[in-house]
Design a protein around this ligand. Structure first.
Ligand code: UDP
Ligand code: MG
Length: 318
């Protein structure tokens, strides 16, 4: 019988763990699916890990690990994928905003032979207008850059063992799970779902963290911003040719005294271009620096007894 692993990144979700564990095990047991639930506590500051331990004591199919600090949702997802033993792995939020019934549809499609089942948001749930607009812009840019339509895609997915092995084996530190499954390919299909209201607790994302997330994802998937620097340079050169000719002509005609304003404007504009370009290049160098250090994506400090392997330090599936 095939095993289904459900990976649940959890950060300060003490109120959600027990409920989510109960709902998921209920649904999967009723459907007669052999399953394991893997809660990854992302350095939570509340009782999330204690809740996971409690749930694991009641149900041996529940596993959990705790990070030594907050490493972010991407790291939790990848840790979960490395720990998962299933033939298929579902990744979903542990606040039940991803409706759990959809797992059954995904499972069915997997049995039909699909290797990636993408969860597609029907509507974006309750979000502020600013959030909607910036998310829309972000996905438009991302879709254009990676040449795949990512609009409405989410972190709610089912992956076959083959895909999990590919993704969990990627050496890079800066990952963007949502786009990586598109990048990986394989036989893909999608299911639509309606984003649910959060039952307990609140969203972990601030505007600032979303912006950082967007920049880091764009730069981890594309070098387009670097090419933009080149375009800026070409524009400056064209502009300077025109201005240079004008200046020379004025000089030859003996009327070249004025033009102080032009000089100041030019210094400001070119200075601005140079700073932006250096910033973009600097950002990429920072990314290279981070990758070159080769530090692990996450550090596991504790794990429930049913998690196999040596879990402290730079843990990798044996
Ligand atoms: N999460 C995480 N690490 C973080 C932030 C969030 O593991 O640093 C988890 C969180 O516990 C939840 C999921 O990622 O299961 C989605 O987070 P959240 O519900 O806050 O985001 P939203 O649904 O508002 O996009
Ligand atoms: Mg949520």
């Amino acid at each position: 019988m095939s095993l289904l692993s459900v990976v649940l990144p959890s950060y300060n979700e003490e109120q959600n763990i027990a409920n989510t564990a109960r709902v998921l095990s209920g649904i999967l047991e009723e459907a007669g699916i052999d399953y394991e639930l893997i809660f990854v506590s992302d350095g939570s500051r509340d009782a999330t890990y204690q809740e996971i331990l409690k749930a694991a004591r009641q149900n041996p199919r529940i596993k959990g690990v705790e990070f030594s600090r907050n490493f972010g949702k991407e790291a939790s997802i990848f840790a979960g994928m490395q720990l998962a033993l299933g033939d298929a792995v579902v990744v979903m939020d542990c606040d039940l905003q991803h409706p759990p019934q959809v797992i059954l549809q995904m499972w069915k499609l997997w049995q039909d032979g699909y290797e990636v089942v993408e969860g597609i948001k029907l509507s974006r749930g309750k979000e502020s207008l600013a959030h909607k607009l910036s998310a829309g812009l972000f996905y438009r840019i991302m879709s254009g850059m990676i040449k795949m339509d990512m609009n409405a895609s989410s972190d709610y997915k089912l992956l076959d063992r083959k895909v999990v092995d590919v993704l969990a084996g990627l050496p890079e530190r800066n990952t963007f799970f949502r786009a990586l499954t598109f990048w990986a390919g394989f036989r893909t299909t999608s299911v639509e779902y309606e984003v649910q209201e959060r039952l307990y607790g609140e969203s972990k994302w601030s505007m600032w963290s979303l912006m950082k997330y967007a920049v880091s994802n764009v730069t981890s998937f594309s070098t387009l911003p670097l090419q933009l620097v080149m375009v800026l340079g070409i524009f400056s050169i064209l502009f300077s040719i025109v201005l240079g000719i004008q200046t020379l002509v004025k000089y030859l005609m003996g009327t070249a005294v004025e033009g102080f304003t032009t000089v100041i404007l030019l210094i400001l504009i070119i200075g601005g271009f140079i700073m932006i370009s250096l910033g973009i290049i600097g950002h990429y160098i920072a990314r290279i620096y981070e990758e070159v250090k080769g530090r692990p994506k996450f550090i596991i400090s504790r794990a429930t007894d049913n998690v196999q392997g040596n879990v402290t330090g730079n843990w990798r599936k044996q």
